[in-house]
Write a protein that binds this ligand. Sequence first.
Ligand SMILES: *Cc1c(COP(=O)(O)O)cnc(C)c1O
Length: 374
Amino acid sequence: MNRKGLPEDEVFSILDRALQKDRSYDKVLNAMCTRPHPVAVKAHMQFIEANLGDSGLFPGTRELEEKVVSILGELMGDRNACGYISTGGTESNIQALRTARNLKHKKHPNVVLPESAHFSFDKIADILGIEIRKAQLDSEFKVDTGSVENLIDDNTIALVGIAGSTEFGQVDPINELSDIALSHDLFLHVDAAFGGFVIPFLDKKIDFNFSVNGVTSITIDPHKMGLSTIPAGGLLFREEACLLPLEIDTPYLTIRKQYSLTGTRSGAAVAAAYAVMTHLGRDGYRMIVNRCMRMTHRIVQGAKEFGVEPLTEPMMNVVALDVPYIDTVRKKLHEKGWMTSVTRKPRAMRLILMPHMTEENIEVFLSDLRDCIS
Ligand SMILES: *Cc1c(COP(=O)(O)O)cnc(C)c1O
């Protein structure tokens, strides 16, 4: 740290230079986050001081959090769901499995999840000392429930289903996983970090949330397709008793107990989530999801016109294209400013059509993709 402080304008000119190095979202096709909605940004700034780690000082913000949890619960099929607003999908997944581990009391616990699960579960294995067993996928990149059943044993504490997989945007058969979980008395955690704000607004009805009996907890992130500011993740439980294993006495705070993994916690992100959800409403999100799906279908159709097929027809606004010479093509696209990513197995070009993308830019991308391939 410098001994003497710099004048404000010098500080901000340093910040401006840093910001200029950052990428604008215009040509970003590999991110699950996006530009937050202006209403979320405004609310975030208004609540910038609020710390929900010590919510006795911020009872108004705490009320907003209760409202956000109840709105998310209703969206996920149970308005009485309980939980809290976390820093994101990773924290929510950690905490869901921590609850399962602490309630099940197994000496060598394991969790069965699809191969397509987000890498946060590999962190969880290490942090919580849980063995992670990866079940195979079927030809549509959903988990193969036969493979799940084969991996269950006496030490299994939970199953995880993905509703909107990070790589393929696929939804596991949550109904079937629920039957398996109920018959073995296992927790069933649904990771809808991405899909939670997409699936309810699709034309096709898909069972994936608390409306399915065996689902015990859900991760749903306002900071992805919820258009809220970072960091806003949601962790929901069907039963209040599931929060108990997460409770910690907080002797020197204004509150008695805390459930979150983090201590100090952004109230700004909670106000932002409340503001944008209340402002957009179901109709607003449906319009946004419809637009993302239109762009997704256009990419698939446009790519097919020059012989590039998707690995599977996309369920949501995530598509994996079977692009030839993928590494070379991605490098060439990168030179034109396009950010793309790849799926692990099989390797394909992974594109996410987030709300920051535009119909015009999709046409530019398609023409650049065609040029890079030929
Ligand atoms: C993004 C994502 C996560 C991780 O969420 P973070 O907010 O990045 O911690 C977990 N699961 C799924 C399915 C995701 O798409």
